[in-house]
Design a protein around this ligand. Sequence first.
Ligand code: SF4
Length: 321
Amino acid sequence: MSLLEIQDLKVHFPVEQRLFGRAKEFVRAVDGVSFTIAPGETVGLVGESGCGKTTLGRAAIRLINPTSGRIIFEGEDIAALSGKELRARRRRFQMIFQDPFGSLDPRRTVSDILGEGLDVHRLAPDATARRQRIDALLKDVGLDPSHASRLPHEFSGGQRQRIGIARALAVEPKLIVCDEPVSALDVSVQAQIINLLQDLQSEQGIAYLFVAHDLAVVKHISRRILVMYLGRIVESGEAKEVCRAPKHPYTKALLSAVPVVDPDSKRQRILLAGDIPSPIHPPSGCPFHPRCPVAEARCKTEVPPLRELSSGHQAACHLTT
Ligand code: SF4
């Protein structure tokens, strides 16, 4: 059984409110997305800035309310839960944020930050158990327990992200949405954080939805990859297969931007024209057609469905077989 099953999820934000009336226009940030995550699995969600991936990651764990669709977590539709019911389940799904500088309260000690989840969900019966748990969490993420009384500004960027990871781990989640968790860090620190996330997954069986714009990072950590463009999934499949034989022209362009180590590689960079279009007025037909290097006439009028091309590998393009 899937740990998480997203069914036809939509998140539309109103952008213009008529006086005394309903919203006239909407940003279609997420526009009919479906996917699953198995227990202990890492699914990578990749796309350019503005494609809707952060909104999707947040909506998947109800940090943003969806407009429609179902979010089945451990067999229960959490899209339909009220605030109190949702709060009681929140410890099962957590988030690690992109900005390790902005996501930690600068006035609270590490002990306070990690202890909050323990207190809210009553996971430590007394002060001794609370302190022991905080020490264990700091050790789990490679930090010194004697630093629990320090404030966030006393740590480096990588260490702060470790604190963010420890905060998520404190409530023993089954799923963590990692929203660009390494993109604000130095390259040398990125690998350490990725390795830490992988080690924690092997030890604790946590599933990750790993959101990133950098396909090189997503490819390294994920078992499966979802490629998102303008609020929709345009390709999905096993990470190795998607990277070895991408089907969608957008995925091909993203992959062509990933640096290759092999100096003899003949791979050519595919430059995409223009920026991602507005999700308020998405293009007709295939939403990628204004930037697609191989678009045909029908791409302007016919929406390509997400089709299964081989076992577990899907793409939304008229030309892929
Ligand atoms: Fe390009 Fe057409 Fe395929 Fe869209 S459907 S990706 S425009 S070839």
